[in-house]
Design a protein around this ligand. Structure first.
Ligand code: SF4
Length: 216
C-alpha cells in the first residue's frame, strides 16, 4: 500500500522488538529457511519483500486478502496485476476473492475512522495468521512492512501480539530498506502502481485538491 494517515496507537509508541527468525547467513539454501505465508497488499510492494525473503532461503506463498480496497474495479486491477506478475516474482499466491466483502471492512472501521488503519491491518493480519495456521506455515508476514507510508510499528506490534506463543511465528523484516529498489524494479517491470492506499477515505485524502478545486 502506498499511503495512509491515521492516529497513533499504543503499538507505535512501544519499543520495537526484534524477532528471531532465521538470518540470511543461516539459511543459504533456497527453501531451507521454512515456509512463510506473506500477506500481499499489492504487487509493487511484493517485489522487494519477496526477493528479500527468497534470498534468505524462505519458501514464499503469497496471500491476497484486501477487503479494504475501494472501489471493486480497483480491487480487480490490483489483484490482476499480482496475477500477471506472480510467476515473475517466483511465488504462488492464494487469492481470497470471496473475502472481498466491503461490509466486513466498513463494519470494522465505522465509528473508529480516526484509528481505521489499526483495524484495517488487524483484519488482514488475522486472516493471514488463520490461513498460516491451517496451511501449517511456520511463519507469516506482510508486505505492509515494506511501505514507508504505513505505520510500521503498529503492523509489527499487532502481528507479534497475534502470534504470541502460537505455532505460527511472525516473521518480522524491515522491508523498508528496499523501498527505492522496489519502486525502480516494479516500474521497470511495467506494473500498475496505484496512487492511494486503498480505502475510500485514503482516496478522498489523495484527491482532496481535485475534489475541492472546482470553482462553483
Ligand atoms: S486502506 Fe485505508 S485504513 Fe487501510 S491502511 Fe490504507 S489508509 Fe489505512
Amino acid at each position: 500500500m502506498m499511503e495512509s494517515e491515521e492516529t497513533r496507537t499504543e503499538h507505535e509508541t512501544g519499543a520495537a522488538q526484534h524477532d528471531t527468525g532465521p538470518k540470511a547467513e543461516e539459511t543459504p539454501t533456497p527453501g531451507s529457511a521454512g515456509r512463510v505465508l506473506l500477506h500481499i497488499c499489492c504487487a509493487p510492494c511484493a517485489v522487494y519483500s519477496v526477493q528479500a525473503l527468497k534470498a534468505e532461503g524462505f519458501e514464499v506463498t503469497g496471500l491476497f486478502y484486501n477487503p479494504n480496497i475501494h472501489p471493486a474495479a480497483e480491487y480487480i486491477r490490483r489483484r490482476d496485476t499480482l496475477l500477471q506478475f506472480e510467476a515473475e516474482l517466483g511465488i504462488k499466491v492464494i487469492y481470497k476473492d470471496a473475502g472481498y466483502d466491503p461490509q466486513i471492512w466498513f463494519r470494522e472501521v465505522t465509528f473508529r475512522e480516526a484509528n481505521r488503519c489499526f483495524h484495517c491491518y488487524r483484519i488482514r493480519l488475522e486472516k493471514t495468521l488463520f490461513i498460516a495456521k491451517h496451511g501449517r506455515f511456520e511463519y507469516f508476514s506482510s508486505t505492509l512492512l515494506y511501505s514507508t507510508k504505513q505505520k510500521h510499528e503498529v503492523i509489527a506490534g499487532l502481528a507479534r501480539d497475534m502470534a504470541a506463543d502460537g505455532p505460527n511465528r511472525f516473521l518480522y523484516r524491515d522491508f523498508r530498506v528496499g523501498w527505492q529498489e522496489g519502486i525502480e524494479k516494479s516500474t521497470a517491470m511495467g506494473m500498475y502502481r496505484q496512487d492511494y492506499c486503498g480505502c475510500l477515505y485514503s482516496e478522498v485524502e489523495r484527491r482532496k485538491k481535485e475534489v475541492a478545486g472546482r470553482k462553483e
